[in-house]
Write a new protein. Structure first.
Length: 317
C-alpha cells in the first residue's frame, strides 16, 4: 500500500481523529434554523460522548443548538459532509485527507470531496487490539486464521485495521472479518464469538473499559518491527502507547499506534456559524471532560491535513 503522505502533515503529540459537524440547519425535530447537525460515531467510542460534551458547551454559550447523531464514524461522516447532509462531524485526520484528495480507501478513490473543510484537531485516536484475557494472542501475526471484528463497515477503524493486518502479512482470506460497532464487538469478545477486535479511540474507550472490568481483556501490542512497518506503509500513523492501569488488569503500558481526531465541516456552512461554534468550544475548553488534556488552542492545528474553514481561520488567526 502506498499513499505517499508525509507523517509531519498528520501527526504530532496532541491531536486526534475525527469529529466532523454535519449540515443540518433545516428545521429538524430539535427545531429551527439555529439547529446544527453534528455527526459523531458509535455510542461505545469517544466521539459520541465528546460530541455531547460539545453540545452542552455550544448551547450554553451561543444561540445555536447541536443535534448529535450516532453514526458509523469517519467514512460515513465525510460522505454526509460532502452531501451537505450535516454541518459538523468528528473524523480521523487520515480519512479527512483521503476524502478531500480522492485517495486511500477504495470507496474514496477518484472522488475528491473538495468541499470538506477543517475546524480543529483534538486528541490522539489510539489503536486498541482486544482479545480475551486468556487468549494467548500476543502479536498481530498471531491473528492469522482468526475471526476479527475490524469495526463498522466503512469506518475509519476498518480502514486502519485492514492496513495494519496487511502490513503484518495477514491478507484478505487469511482471517474471518466481522463488522459491528464497538459495543457489539466487546460483547463478542466476552462471549467468545470472535478472537480479536480493533477499537480506535482516545483511551479509555468506554466499551473497552466496561469489558475489562466485567470480564477481563488482553491488549495486543503493535510494537518493534511491526510498528515501524505499519508507520512506513501508512504514514499518518504515529507511535503511541496505552498507559499502564488505563484498563482493569492491564498493569503495563501497551505499545501501539494512533492517528488524530478532528472536527470538520463543509464550505456551505456560514463563516459566522463556524466561528461561533469554534469560539464556544475553545474559549470554554475548561468545561470539556473528555480528552481535555489534549484539546487546547495551541495544539488545535497540529496535524491538520486539509484547508481550514474561514470561520475556524478567523478564530485561530
Amino acid at each position: 500500500m502506498s499513499y505517499d503522505l508525509n507523517r509531519r502533515q498528520f501527526v504530532t503529540a496532541a491531536g486526534a481523529v475525527g469529529l466532523t459537524a454535519l449540515a443540518g440547519c433545516s428545521g429538524s425535530d430539535s427545531g429551527g434554523g439555529n439547529t446544527l447537525s453534528w455527526h459523531a460515531g458509535g455510542t461505545g467510542g469517544t466521539y459520541y460522548p465528546l460530541s455531547n460534551n460539545f453540545k452542552t458547551i455550544v448551547e450554553d454559550n451561543t444561540d445555536y443548538s447541536l443535534q448529535v447523531q450516532s453514526t458509523g464514524a469517519s467514512l460515513e461522516n465525510v460522505g454526509s459532509l460532502n452531501r451537505e447532509d450535516a454541518d459538523f462531524a468528528l473524523i480521523q485526520n487520515d480519512v479527512a485527507y483521503f476524502a478531500v484528495n480522492g485517495t486511500g480507501p477504495e470507496d474514496l478513490q477518484g472522488n475528491p470531496m473538495e468541499n470538506i473543510r477543517g475546524v480543529a484537531t483534538l486528541y490522539p485516536e489510539t489503536i486498541h487490539v482486544i482479545t480475551q484475557a486468556d487468549s494467548g494472542i500476543e502479536t498481530i501475526q498471531d491473528l492469522d486464521g482468526a475471526t476479527i471484528n475490524t469495526g463498522d463497515a466503512g469506518s475509519g477503524t476498518q480502514v486502519n485495521a485492514l492496513q495494519i493486518l496487511e502490513t503484518a502479512g495477514i491478507e484478505e482470506g487469511d482471517f474471518t472479518e466481522q463488522n459491528t460497532d464497538f459495543d457489539t464487538a466487546t460483547d463478542q469478545i466476552r462471549d467468545g464469538d470472535i478472537d480479536a477486535a480493533f477499537v480506535v479511540g482516545g483511551w479509555p474507550v468506554g466499551s473497552v473499559e466496561n469489558l475489562a472490568t466485567s470480564a477481563g481483556i488482553s491488549l495486543v501490542e503493535i510494537s518493534g518491527e511491526t510498528r515501524e512497518n505499519v508507520m512506513n506503509d501508512a504514514e499518518w500513523f504515529a507511535e503511541d502507547s496505552i498507559p499502564a492501569d488505563t484498563y482493569n488488569g492491564i498493569s503495563e503500558a501497551v505499545e501501539t499506534v494512533s492517528m488524530q481526531a478532528m472536527i470538520a465541516t463543509h464550505d456551505g456552512v456560514d463563516e459566522a456559524v463556524v466561528e461561533a461554534v469554534t469560539t464556544a468550544i475553545f474559549d470554554n475548553a475548561d468545561a470539556i471532560d473528555q480528552k481535555s488534556e489534549f484539546i487546547t488552542v495551541d495544539s488545535a492545528q497540529d496535524g491538520m491535513p486539509i484547508d481550514l474553514h474561514p470561520g475556524a481561520a478567523a478564530y485561530f488567526g
